[in-house]
Design a protein around this ligand. Structure first.
Ligand code: AHG
Ligand code: MN
Ligand code: MN
Length: 364
C-alpha cells in the first residue's frame, strides 16, 4: 500500500475520537506524547553502546532539570526521564507513576494539571539490552479521581490503586528489528510500525486478534521446582506432547522481555506464564500489576485473548500498592482458561504435585 494511503497514529486517534463527539482530545494529545517518548527511546536503544552522547542529548533540557551525569545512568533511568519530560508539560496529567520511581511523580508547578494518570514501565526486559535482544516500554492511562482533578492537589499512591478494568488506554512499544507501537483505547487493538524516514507510527496491524488456541507456551522453567501444582500440571501436559493428554506437540519460548513475549502472542498466539510460585513467599509473583500486568492484560483482552493470575482475571484486581507484584498468565483464551480450571480443580489444590491430577482421582 502506498505510504499516502496508510493511516498514521494521529489519524487513527482522531478517527477513534470521532466516536465520542464531545471528547476533548486530551487523551489523544497525551498518547501522542507517550508515542514521542517511545520513538525517542527507540533511537537511543538503536545506538546501543555507541549511544552515550545521543542519550544525553535526548533528555530535554527545557524542563530545567540538570542532566549532569545522565550518560552514566542505566538506560531504564534515562527512559524514565524521557517519559516524564515528554508528558509532564501538556496539561493532561494529574500525576505519574513508574517502575523506576518509588513514589508517585507530581506534575511541576509550572504546568497545568489534567485529568489522567500515566503509569509506565519505561524499559521492560532491560536485562536484554546489553545482549541486543528486544526490549520495550509499557504504559497505562487511568483517570485521576475526580476530587484530585477538582482540587488540583498532589497525587498519592491511593489515587493509582484502580483495577485494570478502569484503564482508559494501554499499550506498549517494542524496540525490536522494527519499532512498533501497540495500542488500545478500548475499541480493539491496533499495531503501528515506525516508519523511520517519516518518524511516524503508521497503522500496519489494524484490529489484532489473538488466536484462541495455540501450541506454544512461554515460562521460565528454571523456576519449575517452585511452581504450584496447577502450573506444573499444565507444563507437564504440554511437554508430554502428542502421546500425552493434550494429544499434540508444544513448542516453547522464553525471551525474558515480557513485552516481546506479549507481542509474539498477539501476532501468532501462545500463552505466557510468570505465575505465583514458592520461590520467595514475600513476592506473590514476579511482574508488577500496575505497569506490566494491567496494560498487557488490557491489550490481550481487547484482542480477544485473556489475562489472569491463574485464579482470576487480572484486570478485576483492586491493587493494594503501587509496586504490587502478581502472578500473571496471558495469551490464547482457551489455554488461559485451561490453566484457570487447573487452579480451581480441588484435586490440584489438595494433592502434592501429581503429574496428572485427574489420574489420581481414580486411585484408591
Ligand atoms: P524489567 O526489565 O522491567 O524489570 O522486567 C523484566 C521482567 C519481564 O520483562 C520478563 O518477562 C521477566 O522480568 C524476566 O524474568 P526472569 O529473569 O526471571 O526470566
Ligand atoms: Mn518490566
Ligand atoms: Mn523496566
Amino acid at each position: 500500500m502506498p505510504l499516502s494511503h496508510r493511516w498514521t497514529l494521529t489519524r487513527y486517534l482522531i478517527e477513534e475520537r470521532r466516536r465520542f463527539p464531545t471528547a476533548s482530545g486530551d487523551l489523544n494529545t497525551l498518547l501522542l506524547d507517550v508515542a514521542l517518548a517511545c520513538k525517542t527511546i527507540a533511537r537511543i536503544v538503536a545506538f546501543g553502546s555507541l549511544g552515550d552522547s545521543l542519550g544525553a542529548a535526548s533528555v530535554p533540557q527545557a524542563g530545567g532539570t540538570n542532566v549532569q551525569g545522565e550518560v552514566q545512568k542505566p538506560l531504564d533511568m534515562l527512559s524514565n526521564e524521557i517519559f516524564i519530560r515528554m508528558s509532564e508539560w501538556n496539561g493532561h496529567l494529574a500525576g505519574m507513576a513508574s517502575e523506576e520511581m518509588d513514589e508517585p511523580r507530581q506534575i511541576p508547578g509550572a504546568y497545568p494539571r489534567g485529568k489522567y494518570l500515566l503509569v509506565f514501565d519505561p524499559l521492560d526486559g532491560s536485562s536484554n539490552i546489553d545482549v541486543n535482544v528486544s526490549v520495550g516500554s509499557i504504559f497505562s492511562i487511568l483517570r485521576a479521581p475526580q476530587e484530585v482533578v477538582d482540587s488540583g492537589r498532589d497525587v498519592v499512591e491511593a489515587d493509582f490503586l484502580q483495577p485494570g478494568t478502569t484503564q482508559v488506554a494501554a499499550g506498549y512499544a517494542l524496540y525490536g528489528p522494527v519499532t512498533m507501537l501497540v495500542l488500545t483505547v478500548g475499541n480493539g487493538v491496533a499495531g503501528f510500525t515506525l516508519n523511520p524516514n517519516l518518524g511516524e507510527f503508521v497503522l500496519s496491524h489494524p484490529n489484532i486478534r489473538v488466536p484462541a488456541d495455540t501450541t506454544e507456551f512461554a515460562i521460565n522453567s528454571s523456576n519449575s521446582r517452585f511452581w504450584e501444582p496447577p502450573v506444573k500440571r499444565y507444563v507437564d501436559e504440554c511437554l508430554a506432547g502428542k502421546p500425552g493428554p493434550r494429544g499434540k506437540d508444544f513448542n516453547m519460548r522464553w525471551i525474558a522481555s515480557m513485552v516481546a513475549e506479549a507481542h509474539r502472542i498477539l501476532m501468532r498466539g501462545g500463552v505466557f506464564m510468570y505465575p505465583r510460585d514458592t520461590k520467595d513467599p514475600a513476592k506473590p509473583g514476579r511482574l508488577r500489576l500496575l505497569y506490566e500486568a494491567n496494560p498487557v492484560g488490557m491489550v490481550m483482552e481487547q484482542a480477544g485473548g485473556r489475562a489472569s493470575t491463574g485464579r482470576q482475571p487480572v484486570l478485576g484486581i483492586t491493587p493494594t500498592a503501587l509496586h504490587q507484584r502478581i502472578g500473571l498468565v496471558f495469551g490464547s483464551r482457551n489455554e488461559v482458561e485451561r490453566i484457570e480450571r487447573y487452579h480451581h480443580d480441588p484435586a490440584m489444590r489438595d494433592s502434592g504435585t501429581p503429574l496428572f491430577a485427574e489420574r489420581s482421582l481414580f486411585r484408591n
